[in-house]
Design a protein around this ligand. Sequence first.
Ligand code: ZN
Length: 341
Amino acid sequence: MHTVQSKPELPVVLAKARGKVSAWLVPLLIASSMFVGPAPAASLELSNAVRTHPDGRLPIQELFRAYQTLLEKGWRLDIVSQSQPQGRAYPLPIIALRTPQAGEAVWILSGIHGEEPAGPNAIAASIEAIAILGEQRPVVLLPLNNPHGYVNNWRYLNMATYSETVEGQSVGDSSHLLVDPDNPALARAPAASSSEADAITAYVLRQAASYPPAISIDLHEDNLISEGYVYSQGELGTADPLALAAVRVLEENGIPLKMSGETRFGEPISGGIIGPVVDGSIDELMSAGSIIVDGQPRPGPEAGTVLVFETPADRVGLQTRIDAHSALLRKLAEQLASPED
Ligand SMILES: [Zn+2]
């Protein structure tokens, strides 16, 4: 039986959240606070009153149950933030899980956009492979960064879908930390676009000190495209061997890919892969060599490999997309666990 080290901020987060929760969520928090003694572990038993968008994706309660099996392997659970966007009646936790062993780590992110269920479901389906990877090397997992988005099928905190005219608040917005190309002494935005983006990016920077990201993987989808692709934001760009491997796995798993031409944002595609882009995302933050924190330049996380997978949600069924993301996770876990990497 492994014990889980208490994070000093965890009781504070839960205590703060207690002030604004609905009665039916109280069991979750009571369950958390019932663990007494030096090593409390938060429980993530969500009330069944939380209903998940019914399109075949797993209910959020089942996702959390699957993710929490990592605690049995000694992983640590952190509550990054309690997310309660405007108009939502209750908070839902944004969680992270990390191996007990710190050091140069593989980071796995998913569920940034709530209408992209394949990634969070694939992580639940592949949790055993992720646990095995965690026995070989340090891992930090942020499996469901936008829990309200997932439950409600909303892309952003403030709106359901992508818009060319209205700015959606993405939980992965990192513009407040990324260097403004026009004025390198400043960040692109004066402040985080939401408390969630603030908390997630702060968590990344805090944990990057002990789990520096060597490799960062972010599972996305896109319901406005019929052919997918892979962004490779790290130093090797379109030549990154892991990006090439990912393209092969997606193809083998029945995902149509756009091998050349441009993305819907006008970025050039080479062999199904797009090189580094400036998009203000958490993936750009992961790859950044320098960042701006509170107005001061600082070294960034500078992960060597940063991959973002986009599967087309337009014409490919959910189960096929989940299976493809699962195959990707298993393949990468296999490849990253091998000693020559
Ligand atoms: Zn996305």
